[in-house]
Each structure stands twice: as structure tokens, then as C-alpha cells.
Design a protein around this ligand. Structure first.
Ligand code: NAD
Ligand code: TYD
Length: 337
């Protein structure tokens, strides 16, 4: 029997990439529940909006009435939770929306999954493990040491999920992925922000000395892993998802400038992020072994494809950068940017 998945946060970056993938590569029907916050955008669904296997419901995951209604009305068989507040810098300005969406919202979805006996995937992040030094990698048994309100709220959501497995026998698994890049990423995160600013010859704000390291994965590789975890993952298990692609921020910024043929003089080092994690690095061996999944993209090629996507999606970019984004940008980067 084919599945009907409640995809929470399906109008965001990862959620919309996952919706595209599921409609193309699986038999599953999808009901998206999304609050359309500043990061959610119906334009992210424009290629699939007419697909009869997709429904969109506007609402918050904290609203148990809507969640319960969807589960019964559409005979939901599983929930994949991609709904979250996701930007570290915003969580430093205000933690409250992160607690609301990432903890309370997760709890409401978990309650519904128990009530209706559903499979559950909690999409999480390697940031729950905190920061690494020069060496080592995160494994599934690394201790949780979150250092931002964002990562702390994600760690709390993970703990709630595992507690529901132990207490209620919920069939839930967690994916913890490294930094993603690709089409539809909101231009507040490093890669799309640098592409957009470079396209307009605006300064590229690099925090601190630019030596912080992130481990990058193409969003399309991540969403394949999420679906593999849904199908083949075991209840109570955590799967670290990554592509063994560590890069210093400064090197990525220089690569973007080279692709666009823009000068490195656009780089502007700026005040460091408070509590800035130095390095993330995921060991994805366990997920590869248990889920039969492997990342496929080559970073240099996929980065180029991503840059081209932003160049070719001017209308999307203009919409994303209007309104609230302007206030955020002025508050975060100040007048000199
Ligand atoms: P995003 O900010 O692009 O999208 C989040 C989506 O959730 C938006 O559509 C937004 O409208 C929706 N949303 C927010 N609060 C909601 C609420 N209360 N109710 C309903 N909808 C709500 O985020 P993303 O990058 O797509 O991240 C999705 C998930 O993947 C998050 O859990 C994040 O922690 C995880 N993740 C992201 C990355 C990354 O690099 N982007 C890496 C690892 C893990
Ligand atoms: P980000 O995309 O916000 O992801 P995360 O903090 O969740 O890893 O940032 C990635 C890295 O880029 C991180 O080390 C902070 C750095 N960064 C900058 O140097 N300048 C910026 O304007 C932004 C948004 C991030």
C-alpha cells in the first residue's frame, strides 16, 4: 500500500527539495503543513504545485487541532518533520521562536504520531554535537553539547523524540545532517548570502578570520538519506548524514567569487558570531551501512550548479529578499553592509 506522508515544513529549503524528490522517486502522497514563516515560500513548490499527489495546508505544527485533523482526514501513515526555525544568528537575537517551533512543535507532532501509530522522522542537525577542534569527527554516540539557542532547541527536539520511542514505543528515527547547500536555500545562510552579495558587488561579510570549518552536503543527497531513513531506519536510531566535505568558510567564499569572476576585495571580515562553533565534521559510515545510502554530488560541480540556480531565479531571490529580510539584514550586518 502506498504511503501518505505529513511533511511538516515542506515549503522550506530541505522540505521543498524533499517534496520534489518524493514526488519524482517514490509512490508516496504528501500533505505539507507549513506556517510560511519568512523562510517558507510557496514559490519553492511551483514545479510540483499541480501534482495531484501533493496537498498544502497553511498552519503551525504547534497547532494540535490542525495536526490531528490532517492525520485523520488524509489517513497519514508517517510524519517527516522538516519544520523548524533554523538560523543560528536569528536564535542569538531571540531564542523564543526556536523553543516554540523546534521543541513545542516537535512535541505536538510526536503526540500525533503516538496517537495514530505513525512512523516518524525527526530531521536534525550535526550542530547538536557542538564544536570540534582541529581533529576528530561526530559519530552517533558523540555527546550532545549544543552552543547556540538554535542547536539547543534542536537537541531538545531530539531528546523528546528518543523519549517517545522509549516511553510509548514510537517508531521514530533521527537524521543529523551537516551543512546543506543547493536550490531554494534562504539567502541568510553562508552560501546563498555570499552568492547574492557577490552578484550585486556588495561586501561579503565573513565572521572572524574565516577559518571556521563546515562539512558540506548537497541538499539532494540529504533528502535521499531522509527517505532511506524513513524506509530502512530502525526506531530509536540516529543516523549522521554527511558527505565528507570539510571546507573553511573563507575557501568557500573564494570559490564562489571565482565562479562569478568577482574580485576577492569584496570580502569583508567582520565581528565574529558569539559562541561560534569552530568546526563540524560528520562521520556518515553508520548511515551508509544501515541505510544503503551514499552521497553522490561532487562539491565543485554542485556549488557551480547552485550558483547558476541563483542567477537564473532572480524573481525568487527578489521575493526572498524583500520585506522582513531587509530589517534582518540591517540588524545583523549594520550600515556598512
Ligand atoms: P528553512 O528555514 O529553510 O525552512 C523551515 C521551514 O519550516 C519553512 O518553510 C518554515 O515556514 C517552516 N516552519 C517554521 N516554523 C514552523 C512552524 N512552527 N510550523 C510550521 N512550519 C514552520 O530550514 P531548512 O534549512 O529547510 O531546515 C529544515 C530542517 O533541516 C531543520 O530541522 C534543520 O534543523 C535541518 N537541517 C538543516 C540543515 C541546513 O543546512 N539547512 C542542515 C542540517 C539539518
Ligand atoms: P550558516 O550558513 O549560518 O550555517 P551554520 O552556522 O548553521 O553552520 O553559517 C555557516 C558558516 O559561515 C558559519 O561558520 C558562520 C559563517 N558565516 C559567515 O562567516 N558570514 C555570514 O554572513 C554567515 C551567515 C555565516
Amino acid at each position: 500500500m502506498s504511503e501518505t506522508i505529513l511533511l511538516a515544513g515542506g515549503a522550506g529549503f530541505i522540505g521543498s527539495n524533499l517534496a520534489d524528490y518524493l514526488l519524482a522517486e517514490s509512490d508516496a502522497d504528501i500533505v505539507i503543513l507549513d506556517a510560511l514563516t519568512y523562510a517558507g515560500n510557496l514559490m519553492n513548490l511551483r514545479n510540483i504545485v499541480n501534482n495531484t499527489r501533493l496537498r498544502f495546508i497553511h498552519g503551525h505544527i504547534e497547532n494540535s487541532e490542525i495536526v490531528n485533523h490532517i492525520c485523520t482526514r488524509y489517513c497519514i501513515s508517517g510524519i517527516i518533520n522538516a519544520a523548524a526555525e533554523t538560523h543560528v544568528d536569528r536564535s542569538i537575537h531571540s531564542a523564543a521562536p526556536f523553543v516554540q517551533a523546534n521543541i513545542v512543535g516537535t512535541q505536538v507532532l510526536l503526540d500525533a504520531a503516538v496517537k495514530y501509530g505513525l512512523r516518524f522522522i525527526q530531521i536534525s542537525t550535526d550542530e547538536v554535537y557542538g564544536s570540534l577542534g582541529e581533529n576528530g569527527t561526530f559519530t552517533e554516540s558523540s555527546p550532545l553539547r549544543p552552543s547556540s539557542p538554535y542547536s539547543a532547541s534542536k537537541a531538545a527536539g531530539d531528546m523528546l523524540t528518543l523519549s517517545f520511542v522509549a516511553t510509548y514505543g514510537l517508531r521514530a528515527s533521527i537524521t543529523r545532517c551537516s551543512n546543506n547547500y543547493g536550490a531554494y536555500q534562504f539567502p541568510e545562510k553562508l552560501i546563498p548570502l555570499m552568492i547574492c552579495n557577490a552578484l550585486e558587488d556588495k561586501p561579503l561579510p565573513v565572521y572572524g578570520n574565516g577559518n571556521n570549518v563546515r562539512d558540506w552536503i548537497y541538499a539532494r543527497d540529504h533528502v535521499r538519506a531522509i527517505w532511506a531513513a524513513y524506509k530502512f531506519g530502525e526506531p530509536g536510531e540516529v543516523y549522521n548524514i554527511g558527505a565528507r566535505c570539510e571546507m573553511r568558510n573563507i575557501d568557500i567564499v573564494k570559490m564562489i567569487l571565482a565562479i562569478l569572476d568577482k574580485p576577492e576585495s569584496l570580502i569583508k571580515f567582520t565581528t565574529d558570531r558569539p559562541g561560534h562553533d569552530f568546526r563540524y565534521a560528520i562521520d556518515p559510515s553508520y548511515a551508509e551501512m544501515r541505510l544503503g545510502w551514499k552521497p553522490q554530488a561532487v562539491f565543485a560541480d554542485a556549488l557551480k550548479e547552485t550558483v547558476e540556480w541563483y542567477i537564473n531565479n532572480d524573481e525568487w531571490l527578489t521575493a526572498a529578499r524583500s520585506g522582513e529580510y531587509r530589517n534582518y539584514y540591517a540588524r545583523q550586518y549594520g550600515k556598512s553592509f
